[in-house]
Design a protein around this ligand. Sequence first.
Ligand SMILES: Cc1cc2nc3c(=O)[nH]c(=O)nc-3n(C[C@H](O)[C@H](O)[C@H](O)COP(=O)(O)OP(=O)(O)OC[C@H]3O[C@@H](n4cnc5c(N)ncnc54)[C@H](O)[C@@H]3O)c2cc1C
Length: 516
Amino acid sequence: MADLKTPYDVIIVGAGVAGCSLAHALASTPRREPLRIALLERSLEEPDRIVGELLQPGGVMALQQLGLEETLEEIDSIPVHGYCVTRKENIVHIPYPAGHKGRSFHHGKFIMNLRNAAKKAKGVDVIEATVNDLIESESSQQIIGVAATKKNAKDSENISLYAHLVIIADGCFSNFRTKVMGPRVCTPVTKSYFVGVILDDATLPYQYHGTVCLTESAGPVLLYQIGSHDTRMLVDVKAPVPSDLKGHILKKIVPQLPSVLHTSVTDAVQGGNFRKMPNSFLPSVMQGGNEFGTKEGVFLVGDAWNMRHPLTGGGMTVAFNDIVILRDMLARVQDFSHWDEVREGLRRWHWDRKPLASTVNILSFALYDLFGADDDNLEVLRTGCFKYFELGGECINGPVSLLAATIQSPATLFYHFFAVAFYSIWVMFTHARLVERGPGLKPQLITPSFTDYPFLLIKAILVIWTAVVVFLPLLWTEIRWWSPNDKNARTTILFRYGMPVAALATVAFGAFKLTF
Ligand SMILES: Cc1cc2nc3c(=O)[nH]c(=O)nc-3n(C[C@H](O)[C@H](O)[C@H](O)COP(=O)(O)OP(=O)(O)OC[C@H]3O[C@@H](n4cnc5c(N)ncnc54)[C@H](O)[C@@H]3O)c2cc1C
């Protein structure tokens, strides 16, 4: 590296949520020598996307720690005081505890504020250019810069920039994930799609609350206000996406929404201005080169590295929290050309971010599996989950604090998830349920009797097994440190040791809970 011209200390690719906040954070950290940072973005125009529109209270707190809370102002943002979950006309209110508050907004307006904050930070050059490639040192194979095409008024110009550290923050469709990860690369798995439309002047069941509508035989629907007159609706659809989206939403979804939403949703859907985004799962992999097998001189942040289901609106919260920890970690490295120090910092960062990131990641998919249930046992869990919330008190405060990212604890998540599982079984044995009585006859509410118990006992075992199969693999993706593509290691350890231990632990936990 010594013989190379190094005009920048850090190059950041992508001026989105993670890139802008990282540039600002690095520039604001006191150092012996101020850093020179290049922040490259392919288009500096206001983005128009259906992502990143609700920031959880934990994300607002991280933004404050980064000194960026001003970016939530002057964009017609809306306060968020919690959630409500609906099943047709049944509504359960789930406020954030202790007066915590999130914010929702038009994504593009928020990004423009973040970009302005990055532009104003000392030592940051924001350059409108598309990065085409990473430049590798021929002798060390370390990444030493980027090749990009600069967007000029008349023409486009190819440029090469060099730095000790290249940080990739190019989002969910990252072009550089494979190159950085090398043999450790893991590909995002698309779980479903969110189809988005904007409703005009809609009335939500609870004002200033995110709304999650559960539907039967279709995915959940998410609604939140993003401006004085605009409400975002995201409809979860599984692949293959129906060719007649309008018909799908009008016939299958609208009748299952609370009636207060019918008119505004129908009007917006008739307008048919749909946008679609994949909902992807991408577990994080240890970075830093050497024994981790990833490239040196470069690493990934944000969605390029780690993704979870957007149902719980946790992506930006994870990104900002990651940047807070990364900022403190990089502040201890005086010279970014000392890769051994950076590698050690990345290793610490990987684990230090886990309490929040793992909680948000696991929660998003665990809830998605329950709320998007298309299986009988998951349906039992979904009913149990709704009734668990109806119990109120800690059965609401605990889960919503995890969702809000004000509690960072996979153990608390484990507790509530399996409390829901055992409560679902209790509900199955004790609560009346609608039973079909044959063609032409109305379904009837029937409470299970002793003769149903043997069947219900078998079902209870299947329900617990389903809960274990949903939760444990998610937990596993968070605590393992090798590549998830390393199938042999994963399968052996997961099934030979992990599952039986987990099943035993779960049964012991359930017995404890039922006894006390
Ligand atoms: C449907 C959906 C809804 C979501 N809703 C929420 C929500 O409500 N709340 C929440 O917290 N999270 C939400 N998320 C997740 C959230 O949007 C992401 O976690 C967050 O945007 C990740 O930030 P990022 O900086 O990694 O990527 P981005 O914000 O996508 O930024 C990447 C940037 O890189 C630029 N770029 C890409 N390639 C290049 C290149 N080659 N050269 C130069 N620049 C490049 C892009 O133009 C972009 O500006 C949602 C996700 C989805 C899919």
